[in-house]
Design a binder for this molecule. Structure first.
Ligand code: CU
Length: 336
């Protein structure tokens, strides 16, 4: 049997061909590696196993889903490459730059992939802001001259993709491997919302002002969470009008299994969150601002995602000022 080698796997060409010949629709356009790790940059490798009913493939168009960002296709000999750019729905952090547009569709054009052959089409990109367990669909249009096959069917939630006649290639997003310590949930959260510092136009919402001893707490708000998102951010400003230092020790909320105090830090060009187990010092005369992209509360184990207009009650515990109740109004994930 004649064989072809591809990425270390050996495929029986004859077996492949006979399979496609007898059941063409079953050899779908699909990803070589169907899993991707959260917040990782991957080579999404599409396999095109055959043409359209015997005709050679001349164009492959791939639509890129939200959450697959900073995409760059690999050029292929014999094919023209077109990259269509557009706006992302969310804002993504690319090594400290806020990015809200990029490639949304890639087209390899004017090629000639014989129906007898198999080929791959590669797009490098980052899986970002996607909850583990989610499948990202990349609808593909395969064109063979004027014949068109749309690989764009997506199973309804909980449905079986196997029954679909021409399913869109799927990438299943799985949890990161190095999530042992504080941030199991970090990759699933909307990092765009955590990265709004310095953005104009996002007026800081004016929450109530609460006084407790020498402390004045104001401007409290929380961010709306995306469906299925297990974590959310909370923000406020504490002013210490007194002559003694104080410290925010801990925070609780009836709406959240656990509220952690976090800070964002950028290390080796990667933005990470770190839990501040000792809380936040509020020195005499100082004002400490919890804000997106900086210090923040992180609501963990939230059963019902916060949505715009909700009120999130929190109890702040300070070393000196004691317990302080505050209500955070929920604003949109974009912070407006
Ligand atoms: Cu955090």
């Amino acid at each position: 049997m004649k064989t072809i080698k591809t990425f270390g796997k050996t495929l029986g060409l004859a077996a492949l061909l006979s399979a496609t010949a007898t059941a063409g629709a079953e050899a779908h356009v699909s990803f070589l590696d169907k899993q991707a790790t959260q917040e990782s940059t991957i080579l999404a490798t599409l396999q095109v196993p055959h043409g359209c009913d015997g005709k050679a493939t001349t164009e492959v168009r791939v639509k890129l889903p939200e959450g697959f960002v900073f995409a760059k296709p690999q050029p292929k000999a014999g094919w023209e490459l077109e990259v269509i750019k557009g706006d992302y729905q969310k804002t993504y952090d690319n090594h400290g730059d806020k990015v809200n547009k990029g490639a949304i569709e890639v087209r390899w054009k004017n090629g000639n992939l014989s129906d007898d052959f198999y080929d791959t089409f590669v797009i490098q990109g980052k899986v970002s802001g996607v909850e583990a367990g989610t499948s990202l669909a990349f609808p593909v249009t395969q064109m063979c001259g004027d014949m068109v096959t749309a690989w764009d069917q997506v199973a309804k939630e909980g449905g079986d993709a196997h029954g679909l006649k021409s399913p869109a290639p799927l990438l299943k997003v799985v949890a990161g491997e190095d999530h042992g310590h504080d941030h199991d949930d970090m990759a699933g959260m909307d990092m765009s919302g955590m990265n709004m510092s310095g953005t104009t136009g996002a007026a800081t919402p004016a929450g109530e002002t609460v006084k407790a001893g020498d402390l004045e707490i104001s401007g409290g708000f929380a961010k709306a969470m995306l469906p299925g998102q297990p974590v959310g951010g909370g923000f406020f400003t504490v002013k210490n009008n007194g002559k003694t230092d104080d410290r925010l020790l801990s925070v609780t909320s009836p709406l959240s299994g656990e509220v952690q105090i976090h800070e964002m830090e950028t290390k080796d060009n990667v933005m990470r969150m770190r839990q501040l187990k000792d809380g936040i010092a509020i020195a005499a005369g100082e004002t400490i601002k919890l804000e997106p992209g900086n210090l923040h509360l992180m609501f963990q184990k939230v059963k019902t995602p916060f949505k715009q207009g909700d009120m999130v009650p929190v109890t702040l515990t300070f070393e000196k000022a004691g317990k302080v109740d505050l209500v955070l109004q929920v604003f949109s994930a974009q912070g407006k």
